[in-house]
Write a protein that binds this ligand. Structure first.
Ligand code: AMP
Ligand code: ZN
Ligand code: ZN
Length: 411
């Protein structure tokens, strides 16, 4: 009996080793880069030779449509979960939870790491459960305070971290012994978003940012060549949203119109979430805002248009305000802030073309010189699962069939 059991264990170990060996040999490495706020048409400015190279030898989508609202954290998390923000839970960069009276803000590191807010399963959790090693050189949601929900290796977000150092960090992970190497790595740069907010999408500063990020792709290629992994790496470059010009002259003071003592206002610019302490006041405030609706729309969550997929989450608030592209909504205090921060913004209707980002991909899994139309960012998670050869989480919003046509067909 004992020898039979021993033999069974030996066979099992053999199968597992063979399977993992096969996995390692046949699955390429995948690096997912996000250039925050890199608008879909920034590569049409003649500043991006490395993007041009990828377009010729890989896949380019006309644009990457963000999920609504077109904001950083909601969209980075849609990309790695395949879910709309209302379903993965991160519906804004700043969120108030009336149930716990807690506030989430991307400047509050403790809350950014608090797993409570993240209801979706991120690609690294799916991968880890299936024995695949992953790594992240920055990505919203990669620093959660639960180990099993994090990438195997990760870096804590540091806005000023040197740009080349980030790539060297990725290369060092790829230089690890074979059985410790990550198969999937993320990398993040804020530059186009930061410059776009400050100077606007059509500024020389944004052009300089575009050129700098493009040259970093060239540097990454060079480093991958040096470690002889260039041909084994899929590189996917995306952005979370685009950018459009705003002006301090196009401002609506929602606080003033609402004129409501029991209202709390969260977020500003393209969207606002209003929580009203006294529920008897909701209709009155709604009616006031509705009557003066000009360059913005006000909704009760259940009436937000269906194509936004943004009705069903208690963090949306009692009322939700969305401004017309190029306009800003906010409080009296927010208006003052517009004096020094009024170049560009995002967060608007995700169908508005200025809100669209980029999708480029090159490597052994992808077709060459293949151009597709607009792709929705919820489809990236199932694509990554396919490339990594892992089973995706069920009941997500993205679908592999909406994106799998960019993959090389298997013989
Ligand atoms: P926003 O333009 O407000 O939608 O957000 C962009 C900002 O998000 C960037 O300038 C970064 O400072 C910040 N950010 C991006 N990734 C992270 C992260 N992983 N942790 C904390 N903050 C981040
Ligand atoms: Zn962003
Ligand atoms: Zn931004």
């Amino acid at each position: 009996m004992k020898t039979l059991l021993n033999r069974f264990i030996v066979i099992l170990i053999f199968i597992l080793l063979t399977a993992s060996g096969l996995y390692s040999q046949t699955t390429p490495y995948t690096i997912l880069i996000s250039f925050d706020g890199f608008r879909w048409d920034y590569t049409n400015r003649g500043l991006t030779p490395n993007f041009d190279y990828i377009e010729k030898h890989g896949v380019k989508a006309l644009s990457l449509k963000p999920s609504f609202p077109s904001i950083t954290f909601p969209n980075h998390i849609s990309i790695v979960t395949g879910m709309y923000p209302q379903n993965h839970g991160v519906i804004a960069n700043t969120m108030y939870d009336p149930v716990t009276d807690k506030l989430y803000s991307l400047r509050d590191t403790a809350e950014v790491r608090n797993a409570y807010w993240y209801k979706g399963e991120m690609i690294w959790e799916t991968a880890r459960r299936q024995g695949v090693i992953t790594a992240s050189y920055f990505w919203p949601g990669s620093e959660m305070n639960l180990e099993y929900r994090r990438p195997t290796y990760y870096e804590k977000y540091e806005h000023e971290r040197d740009y080349v150092e980030r790539i060297n960090g990725v290369i060092n992970w790829l230089k690890l012994p074979y059985n410790q190497q990550p198969k999937f790595i993320t990398l993040y740069y804020d530059l186009t978003d930061s410059e776009g907010h400050r100077y606007g999408p059509n500024s020389p500063e944004v052009n300089a940012a575009i050129a700098r990020l493009d040259s970093l792709i060239g540097f990454l290629f060079k480093k991958l060549d040096e470690i002889k992994l260039r041909d084994s790496v899929n590189l996917i470059i995306v952005s979370d949203h685009g950018m459009t010009e705003i002006s301090k002259d196009r401002y609506v003071n929602i606080e003033e119109i609402a004129n409501c003592n029991s209202c709390k206002f969260f977020n500003r610019g393209a969207v606002m979430n209003i929580f009203i302490n006294d529920k008897n006041e909701v209709d009155a405030v709604f009616n006031k805002l509705k009557r003066q609706e000009n360059h913005y729309k006000v909704y009760k969550p259940e009436n937000v248009p269906a194509h936004f997929h943004f009705n069903n989450n208690h963090l949306i608030g009692d009322l939700f305000v969305l401004s017309e592209p190029g306009w800003s909504v906010g409080t009296t205090k927010d208006k003052d802030r517009m004096n020094d921060y009024n170049g560009g913004n995002h967060g608007f209707d995700n169908s508005y073309i200025d809100m669209h980002g980029i999708f480029y991909a090159i490597g052994p899994s992808f077709k060459e010189n293949y151009k597709t139309g607009t792709i929705e960012n919820i489809n990236i998670y199932p694509l990554l699962c396919k490339i990594l050869n892992i089973i995706p989480k069920q009941n997500i919003d993205g679908k592999l069939e909406n994106i799998s046509f960019i993959l090389k067909e298997k013989e």
